[in-house]
Design a protein around this ligand. Structure first.
Ligand SMILES: *[C@@H]1O[C@H](CO)[C@@H](O)[C@H](O)[C@H]1NC(C)=O
Ligand SMILES: *[C@@H]1O[C@H](CO)[C@@H](O)[C@H](O)[C@H]1NC(C)=O
Ligand SMILES: *[C@@H]1O[C@H](CO)[C@@H](O)[C@H](O)[C@H]1NC(C)=O
Length: 241
């Protein structure tokens, strides 16, 4: 009887089968993509819930970072300007978030939604490093506060506005503080490298091996800079047709 080990085809099949089994748990570690419509009718901004407090990077494999697409309000052609919402969204401190008063003289702008007839969105990747000086960095264990104090009549106002009247504010809680991270790693064990992208991640990010250091990921930076990476302007007509 031919030994099991003598059939290369069988060996290959076995190896593949074993790898498939090994891959299964990584489904849970994929980076997630959120779509956030920044307008007053979105229920996440309702004051009676906590949907505007968002956990990101939770349970992700190393070097897998969640993304959010912030989608500006968009209206059909012919909509009166006075019936549209426009926003500037700022990164602010916790106190500024809580009071809807931006006291920083040079607040960091996250998005400018001032073209209500164009479909515009701004993409943010929650990674802890950034290629550009002064770029957005999202450190594990920290909270990031985005608000818009624009009002119906004043896009540029820094106090009150729809932050106060319509609760236009979100918090991103970036997973995880050091101690949590350690627990998480112990709990999940070592992950096979370079696989999450193969197993049904809607992956927006390219999976990288868990041995590479952030400092080596220059190519990744280019593809997914931490900055608002997309500021796509499609005319409403194009989007609708
Ligand atoms: C507002 O957000 C909702 C999602 O909550 C979306 O369906 C709607 O199209 C948005 N409205 C505008 C004007 O962009
Ligand atoms: C907006 O302006 C148009 C024309 O200028 C007017 O007919 C309409 O009533 C206004 N809408 C609101 C909400 O003020
Ligand atoms: C966001 O705002 C907070 C509070 O002012 C600040 O500590 C943090 O550095 C800001 N992030 C960026 C990328 O500007």
């Amino acid at each position: 009887m031919p030994g099991l080990g003598t059939s290369p085809a069988l060996t290959v099949a076995l190896v593949i089968a074993l790898q498939l089994v090994a891959l299964q748990p990584t489904v849970l570690h994929c980076a997630k993509t959120f779509y956030m419509h920044w307008n007053t009718t979105n229920s996440i901004f309702r004051i009676d819930n906590t949907d505007h407090i968002i956990d990101v990077n939770k349970g992700n494999a190393q070097f897998e970072y969640d993304q959010v697409h912030i989608i500006c309000p968009v209206y059909e052609p012919g909509t009166f300007d006075n019936e549209t919402e426009k926003y500037i969204i700022y990164n602010v401190s916790k106190v500024e978030y809580e009071t809807c008063r931006i006291t920083n003289h040079d607040p960091r702008i996250i998005a400018i939604c001032d073209k209500p007839n164009k479909l515009m969105f701004f993409t943010i990747t929650f990674r802890p490093f950034t290629p550009q000086p002064g770029g957005l960095e999202f450190l594990p264990g920290n909270d990031y506060y985005f608000i818009s104090t624009s009002s119906k009549d004043d896009l540029h106002r820094r106090i009150g506005g729809r932050c106060t009247t319509d609760n236009m504010k979100v918090v991103f809680k970036v997973c995880c503080a050091d101690d949590q991270q350690q627990q998480q790693q112990q709990h999940h064990g070592h992950l096979p490298s370079n696989v999450a992208g193969l197993v049904g991640c809607t992956a927006t990010t390219t999976t990288t091996t868990s041995t590479s250091k952030p400092t080596k990921k220059t190519k990744e930076y280019d593809k997914h800079p931490n900055e608002v990476v997309k500021n796509e302007e499609l005319t409403y007509n194009n989007a609708a047709s």
